[in-house]
Design a protein around this ligand. Structure first.
Ligand code: NAP
Length: 923
């Protein structure tokens, strides 16, 4: 088409444009037009300020020194106001551009510019004429959405068309998404293009047809926002999304007492998974059957028998998750603000004030004060910037009132920054008065962030092994209790825990470690009284290494990452393949009694760092530190359900964990027979992944060329450390014949001076065995050794004349390979010594490996070749050279053969709690 000459003339000589409208959209159109130097915006006509709040179009225009005119109305009783017309005419506009205008503009203005007026409308005209075109596009289930730019005339959206654009509607689209992803960004660009086309004379004027024309009611009228529930599920879904997020579809809940409450629905989606189990009925006016409040929202059945699920409900000014309808307010408002937090409140108020341009009070409602969706984005960004907290737009909708919003912010800050942390938790417990301390210890199950009694109030008796008195009774979990904990962990895994970023997770873990440090004397005292651990060792190892484990794994949280993998391209296209390391889900942890808190921490810290949720069944004989730990986890701010602690018996609670179909991973430490049994249960239940840290019979080989002092010192601790209740304890010592007698003599000398007694006494080196059955087994073990002909040179019996489960440190020599005590683990303070000849290294290696266990091993020699050769040939997961028991949270730990598989500690432990997903993209 030839361009008429006069249009060229305008193009060359600064087309004079008036913008009439309001909002960010109009402001962006203005900016776009200003980018083109060939145009001159001679005036901006917009709405008056709301209070002290100016429309953004006015602010933008003023910043470019464009004259701004603010009219409350352009006419009165259908007649244009002369002073308004005069001001409009004063700018001598040649083209009126109406990007978004809520006012009625008189024809004197529409036709007042020589080139006319172009106007944006958010539908594909002539369909959906009227003010709520986008809503109707969704409500009517259109397959496409779009917009039109038309030449304004005296009709209502009936003028000739200039251009149109369209996009397919996605099933996930709402009023918000379609506007944000298409109508807004493409609309701004198209307005710019339309102005260009007018300027260069190529803008068509296509008369609108009346075929398919609709004129739809305005949805800003409350009567039009009522959701009709007597229609198909799709109909309900389309109506809700057509009004999401403003103003929301109105429904009426009929409460139990017959009163009615008007609410608004948001976040609807079709739900094809059928009726929900465990839902709670909610009566909605106009719906024949009850709706169901369930974990994922509110499920409504349409007249066609299909379902629609609603995720969020607005009650009054507050948005809640539909699933929380029946819950009391989850949080009591915070009252103990610190000075720093109060300073932040002032800072937050100034952010609100800058956005709302109005004074802020505790009850100020963000939306009632006039904020729109762009203000939400601004608030979120400014708050994130000022306070360095994660925040989503939804948080503003959930807490639109200033005080609520601040409360939420403080919770977020406390959780994320390791500030004051979570709340104190109520529990039934007992008062442990020991070690000059007075310690409150929980005695209930810890499920979903609360301490609760076990089903049928079942309890376990907890005995102090030092004096054989009953310390307390602790709740004993049943299979049903385990199920409750698993459900809570499952919900948290797919809910609150997913909202916590990897870095925040690390901060929570560090906070927990700090609390453990703060309470370490209490924890060590409890451990000592409950398990018989010597207090000083409990402080350093049981608790110290637990704290280290939480700190170590906290550091991993935001470093868990996959790889990009160079695979063969799918020519002519390319392929990108990458892996993601994802948490597995709900993990069950089952631990033994020898290092109660440390076993918990080794497993749980890796499990939580990887992003899982978990439940732990500690050993039934000493669950107290695990329960105190649970209390600290609440203080640290872990969301409910992420960590659950269930004391109970292995045969029912432990078994229920292994059998549960929602548990996807089992981390087990314990004996080999139970490990085998558990592995079968894992396979039979749901093929859950498992890692097994099992028994050991670790060989320690001492060559004559060793540093004998060192060998004796470490040889002693390899057996007697933690009264032999140590999985990597050296179960068998091979001592070269040349130093054998001297070695034994020195060991016996040290043993005779070993202080045995109250583990809380700082000079005690050897405390009581963990529990009576264990001590009895040790006595039997020694009797068997003697019966088979091994030479008992020290101990072998209970410590005489002493209350408590004290077992005398024991030494056997002349132990032959075929004897029971040469093959089986004692798990107690029993040194089993065999001789070997220094010229026969091969044989000693063969003997050391002749065991179905393969947990740890050690060698003492000054000959580096011998040491390295030993490390090469020994079949064990851990090798110590000239040292023993030197474990570290950064070093992988775990056995070979029937000592199990899977590692605790170190980076490798993370993999036990992660799954790898491989993603391939062709491009
Ligand atoms: P265990 O009898 O195997 O018990 C370990 C845990 O498993 C306990 O919590 C126990 O509950 C539970 N359990 C028992 N039967 C179960 C079942 N059917 N299903 C699920 N859980 C069940 O071992 P332990 O006597 O406590 O501990 C000593 C053993 O652990 C030794 O063999 C030692 O070598 C080994 N251990 C290995 C490592 C390592 O890292 N490799 C570390 C420490 C200890 P109850 O409390 O009710 O018995």
């Amino acid at each position: 088409m030839r361009v008429p000459f006069r249009y060229h003339y305008f193009l060359q000589s600064n087309l004079r444009i008036a913008i009439i409208g309001q909002s960010n959209f109009a402001a962006d159109v203005l900016e776009l037009i200003l980018e083109r130097s060939k145009f001159q915006v001679v005036g901006v006509f917009t709405i008056p300020d709301k209070g002290s709040r100016e429309d953004v179009l006015a602010t933008t225009a003023a910043s470019h020194n464009i004259p701004v005119f603010k009219f409350a109305s352009w006419r009165r009783k259908g007649v244009p106001l002369p002073e308004v017309l005069e001001q409009y005419r004063s700018v001598k506009a040649e083209l009126n551009v109406l990007p978004f205008c809520s006012q009625f503009i008189p024809m004197e203005v529409i036709d007042g510019a020589r080139l006319g007026s172009i106007c944006y409308h958010p539908s594909i005209l002539p369909r959906h004429r009227g003010a709520s075109a986008i809503s109707w596009t969704l409500i009517e289930g259109d397959e496409v959405a779009g917009f039109s730019i038309f030449w304004a005339d005296d009709g209502l959206d009936t003028g000739p068309l200039l251009l149109q654009r369209q996009t397919n509607l996605e099933p996930t689209d709402t009023l918000d998404t379609i506007y944000k992803r298409f109508l807004y960004p493409e609309g701004v660009k198209a307005m710019g293009l339309a102005v260009d086309m007018v300027a260069d004379g190529t803008a068509p004027k296509i008369v609108q047809t009346e075929v398919g024309a609709t004129y739809d009611p305005a949805m800003f009228k409350v009567e039009n926002q009522q959701l009709c529930l007597a229609q198909s599920a799709v109909g309900i879904f389309n109506f809700v999304r057509g009004l999401d997020s403003v103003p929301g579809a109105v429904a009426t809940v009929v409460l139990d007492d017959g009163t009615e409450e008007q609410v608004r629905f948001f976040g609807a989606h079709l739900y094809s998974a059928g009726p929900v189990k465990d839902g709670k009925a909610l009566k909605l006016k106009g719906l024949a059957k009850p709706a169901w409040v369930h974990e994922g929202g509110l499920l409504i059945e349409g007249t066609d028998g299909a379902f629609v699920n609603v995720r969020r409900i607005k009650r009054g000014t507050k948005m809640i998750n539909a699933s929380d309808w029946f819950k009391q307010a989850e949080h009591q408002p915070i009252t103990d603000f610190s000075e720093d937090e109060l300073a932040k409140k002032t800072q937050l108020a100034s952010i609100w004030q800058a956005i709302l341009k109005a004074p802020i009070e505790g009850a100020t409602d963000f939306f009632a004060a006039g904020a729109g969706s762009m203000d939400v984005v601004r608030l979120v960004e400014e708050v994130k910037d000022a306070f360095d907290v994660p925040l989503e737009n939804e948080n503003v909708f959930m807490a639109p009132v200033f005080d609520e919003f601040f409360d939420q912010l403080v919770r977020n800050l406390r959780q994320g920054s390791g500030g004051a942390g979570g709340k104190q938790v109520e529990y039934k417990g007992f008062q442990l008065k020991a070690n000059k301390r007075d310690i409150r210890v929980p005695t209930q199950l810890f499920i979903n962030g609360e301490f609760v009694d076990a089903e049928k109030n079942r309890v376990l008796e907890i005995v102090n092994p030092t004096d054989e008195t009953v310390l307390c009774e602790v709740a004993c979990a049943s299979a049903n209790d385990v199920d409750k904990a698993v459900q809570a962990a499952h919900k948290a895994f797919f809910g609150s825990w997913k909202q916590v970023s990897a870095r925040q997770r690390g901060q929570l873990m560090l906070k927990l470690a700090d609390l453990m440090e703060q309470y370490k004397e209490d924890l060590a005292t409890i451990e000592s009284v409950d398990s018989g651990a010597v207090y000083t060792l409990a402080l350093k190892t049981h608790i110290g290494m637990s704290i280290d484990a939480w700190r170590y794994f906290a550091g991993w949280c935001d470093k868990i990452q996959g790889n990009t993998i160079p695979v063969n391209p799918a020519r002519p296209n390319n392929v990108l393949t990458f892996t993601r390391k994802e948490p597995i889900g709900v993990c069950g942890l089952v631990t033994p009694w020898n290092y109660p808190l440390m076993m918990l921490s080794w497993k749980m810290a890796a499990c939580i760092a990887a992003g899982n949720t978990c439940l732990i069944k500690p050993a039934q004989t000493c669950p107290l530190t695990a329960l105190k730990f649970a209390e600290l986890s609440v203080l640290a701010g872990f969301p409910p359900g992420v960590i659950n602690v269930l004391p109970g018996k292995g045969s029912d609670a432990g078994q229920a964990v292994a059998d549960h179909p929602l548990v996807r991973k089992l981390g087990f430490t314990g004996s080999t027979p139970i490990g085998k049994h558990i592995m079968k249960s894992c396979a039979d239940s749901n093929l859950k992944k498992c890692s097994l840290e099992l028994g050991g019979k670790s060989p320690l080989v001492i060559f004559a060329d060793c540093d004998l002092d060192k060998a004796v010192k470490h040889g002693m601790s390899s057996v007697f450390f933690n009264k032999g209740e140590n999985c990597i304890a050296a179960g068998r010592l091979f001592v070269e014949d040349r130093i054998h007698d001297e070695f034994v003599r020195r060991v016996l000398k040290d043993l005779r001076s070993m202080t045995i007694g109250d583990p809380l006494n700082r000079s005690t080196a050897h405390g009581p065995q963990n529990h009576k059955a264990h001590m009895d087994k040790l006595i039997e073990y020694c009797e068997r050794g003697v019966a088979e002909g091994a030479k008992l040179v020290y101990g072998g019996c209970r410590v005489p004349n002493m209350k408590g489960y004290f077992f005398t440190p024991t030494v056997f020599t002349d132990v032959e390979d075929n004897m029971f005590i040469a093959q089986e683990e004692s798990f107690g303070p029993i040194m089993i010594i065999s001789k070997f000849n220094g010229s026969d290294v091969d044989s000693v290696m063969t003997r050391a490996n002749r065991s179905e266990y393969g947990l740890a091993s050690g060698v003492f020699t000054k000959d580096i070749s011998k040491a390295l050769s030993f490390a090469d040939r020994i079949e064990a997961g851990t090798v110590f050279v000239n040292v023993y028991n030197k474990t570290d949270v950064a070093a992988p730990f775990g056995g070979f053969k029937q000592s199990g598989f899977g590692k605790d500690l170190g980076q490798e432990a993370l993999n036990e709690y992660l799954k790898t997903k491989c993603v391939t993209i062709e491009y």
